[in-house]
Structure formats: C-alpha cells, structure tokens
Write a protein that binds this ligand. Sequence first.
Ligand SMILES: [Zn+2]
Length: 188
Amino acid sequence: MSMLNEILDYNKKFVEEEKYEQFITTKFPDKKMVILTCMDTRLFELLPKSMNLKNGDVKIVKSAGAVINHPFGGIMRSLIVAIYELNADEVYIIGHYDCGMAAIEPQKILEKMKTRGITEETIEMMRYSGVNLDEWLRGFDDVTESIRHSVNMVRNHPLMDGDVPVHGLVIDPTTGKLDLVIDGNKNR
Ligand SMILES: [Zn+2]
C-alpha cells in the first residue's frame, strides 16, 4: 500500500471514531503568539512539548532553517497576518543547533537537480533572468547570527507593529533546551 493510501485509510477511521474531539479549538491562538521555526523532523513534537504548548495555543510558521527569505515573501506575510488578523501579540523566532540549512551548499543542490533532469539550459536561463540561485538556496554559517538577523528583519519591517515583542531563540533538537538570543521585551 502506498503511503498516501495508508494515510487515507487511517484518516477515515480517525474521523469515524471521533479521535479529533480532543483537538477541537479555534483558529485564534490561546497564548496569543506566533512561532517561526525550522521544518526539521526532530522539532515536530519536541518543540511544542518543550515549551508547554498544545493544540490551539499558537500559530506555527515553518521554513527551512527558520529563515525569512524575503521581506515581502510568504513567511513574512504569514507573520503579519498572524499579528493583525489572528490575535498573535508576540513573535518567537526559533532556530536550532545542527540545522540542515547550516550545511547547505547551493552548488551541490544544483548538481543534484541536474542528475534528476533539470537541464543546464534551465539553470542558465534563470541566471540570465536575474534569479540569483546561489543566494536563493544559501543557508547560514551560524544559527545564532541567523536568528539575530531574522529578528531584526521582523523588528524593523515597515509594516510591523512596534509594540509586538519579537524574541529570538535557539533550541537543542535532542534535549529541547532553549537558549535565549534576543529578549523581545527589551527591543520594542
Ligand atoms: Zn533546521
């Protein structure tokens, strides 16, 4: 059975047996916060549990490395919507140690793309069109620096409400221990 069918099978029973009942909540975060973190598999349950968060408590936005690629891209837009539309009064940007984005080498990803059928012409064509692929795929060297950068980007965004605290933290993906990088209550 394919993974998709396995999931659909399970889902049918999940709904029939009303297993959703314990998760019923609203779209507004009870703890009035929005978190931007990494898509890393180790954080899927660990991050909320280590912060004492349950379903309904928070908005969670995820991206590779908890990086905000562009000040007017989808990640920033999600944070803005969470604040103005969904009652989030605090922003937490949480990176983690041993992040896959720290090791990323754009040149290697481009090579992998080529082995999977993306042609050299396509890549060249994108470069000629002004897309800086190396910049776009680039990760970061130091997660703490990257979190500091992201916090400043949100903090200084022209559409940000200056009264909303923007915190920066780094989590240990094994123990869940949080290291504070920036206390947003002090940079408002
Ligand atoms: Zn990561």
